[in-house]
Design a protein around this ligand. Structure first.
Ligand code: G
Ligand code: G
Ligand code: MN
Ligand code: NA
Length: 254
C-alpha cells in the first residue's frame, strides 16, 4: 500500500526515469536497438525494481498513466537521437507493453498521438509484448497487432518460451521478432541449449528474427552465435544505462 501511494506520486515528482539497454547484431557487432526500461528512485523507499512496481501499477491502474509516460518519453528520446543522426532504419527503440495497456481500447490512438507529437517515424518504434499476455486474449490481440503493424510499428514477443503459443498462432500474429527468455539463456551451456536451438529454428522458419536476452558470458555468446541467433542483449555487452550514455555509445559506433 505504501508502494502504491508512493507510485501514485512518482510521475508528478519526476522520480521515474528510463534507462536503455543496447541490442547487438551478432554478425556485424553493431547496435541495432535499445530497449527502454523504467527506473524508479522513490524519495521514501529508495530504488524500487520494475519487477516490483510494474505489477502494482497494473493492479492499481496507475499503469495507464505510467505506460503512457514511458511511451512518450521513449519516443521523444528516439526522435532526439534521430535528429542527431544517431538512429536510422536499422536502429529501433523498443518499449515494453503491459497486459493492461494491451487491453486498453485507447492504446492505438494514444500511440498515434505520441508518434504525431514527437514526429518519430513509426518504423523506429518497436513494441514488446510478452508471450503470456499475447496468448491471454488471442482474438483481441490479433486486432491490436494488426493495427500496430498497419501503422508501421515493429512487434516483438518478449519472454518467449515461457508461455503456451503454438506455431499455428505465431503464424497468425503479424510479428517481426522473438526474444528468447532469459531463463533459457541462463541455462546455456546446459539444458537451455536445446530450447534455444528450437526457438531459433522455429523463428527462422517463420521469417522472424531472434533476440537472446540475458546474455552474460562469452560461452553463451559463442553458443548462440553458432546456433544462428540474430541479436543479443545482456550484461556481457552492456547494462541498461541513462540516455546520455546511449548517446555517447551511438556516436562512437556510428
Ligand atoms: O529492468 P528490469 O530487468 O529490472 O525489469 C524487470 C521487469 O520489468 C522486466 O520484465 C521488464 O520487462 C519490466 N519492465 C521494465 N520497464 C518496463 C516498462 O516500462 N513497462 C513495462 N510494462 N514493463 C517494464
Ligand atoms: O522482461 P524483459 O526482457 O523486458 O526484462 C529486461 C530486464 O532484464 C531488464 O530489467 C534488465 O535489467 C534485465 N537484464 C538485462 N540484461 C540482463 C542480463 O544479462 N542478465 C540478467 N540477469 N538480467 C538482465
Ligand atoms: Mn522486454
Ligand atoms: Na524478457
Amino acid at each position: 500500500l505504501k508502494l502504491e501511494a508512493n507510485l501514485r506520486r512518482a510521475l508528478d515528482l519526476g522520480e521515474l526515469e528510463l534507462h536503455y539497454q543496447p541490442q547487438i547484431d551478432v554478425r556485424s557487432g553493431r547496435v541495432v536497438g535499445v530497449e527502454a526500461l523504467a527506473r524508479w528512485h522513490c524519495r521514501e523507499l529508495g530504488h524500487v525494481s520494475p519487477a516490483e512496481f510494474i505489477p502494482v501499477a497494473e493492479e492499481s491502474g496507475i499503469i495507464v498513466a505510467l505506460g503512457g509516460w514511458v511511451l512518450r518519453t521513449a519516443c521523444r528520446q528516439a526522435a532526439a537521437w534521430r535528429d542527431q543522426g544517431l538512429l536510422d532504419s536499422l536502429v529501433h527503440v523498443a518499449v515494453n507493453l503491459s497486459a493492461r495497456q494491451t487491453r486498453d481500447g485507447a492504446l492505438m490512438d494514444e500511440i498515434r498521438a505520441i508518434l504525431d507529437e514527437t514526429a518519430l517515424p513509426a518504423s523506429l518504434l518497436e513494441l514488446e509484448i510478452t508471450e503470456g499476455v499475447l496468448m491471454e486474449n488471442v482474438n483481441a490481440n490479433l486486432d491490436l497487432l494488426h493495427g500496430l503493424q498497419a501503422a508501421g510499428i515493429h512487434l516483438s514477443i518478449d519472454d518467449f518460451g515461457t508461455g503456451y503459443s503454438s506455431m499455428a498462432y505465431l503464424k497468425r500474429f503479424p510479428i517481426d521478432q522473438l526474444k528468447i527468455d532469459r531463463s533459457f539463456v541462463h541455462d546455456v551451456p546446459g539444458d537451455g541449449e536445446a530450447i534455444a536451438t528450437a526457438i531459433i529454428a522455429m523463428a527462422h522458419s517463420l521469417q522472424l528474427s531472434v533476440v537472446a536476452e540475458g546474455v552474460e558470458t562469452l560461452a553463451q555468446l559463442d553458443f548462440l552465435r553458432q546456433a544462428g541467433c540474430d541479436i543479443m542483449q545482456g550484461y556481457y555487452f552492456a547494462r541498461p544505462m541513462p540516455a546520455a550514455q546511449i548517446t555517447a555509445l551511438l556516436r562512437e559506433k556510428r
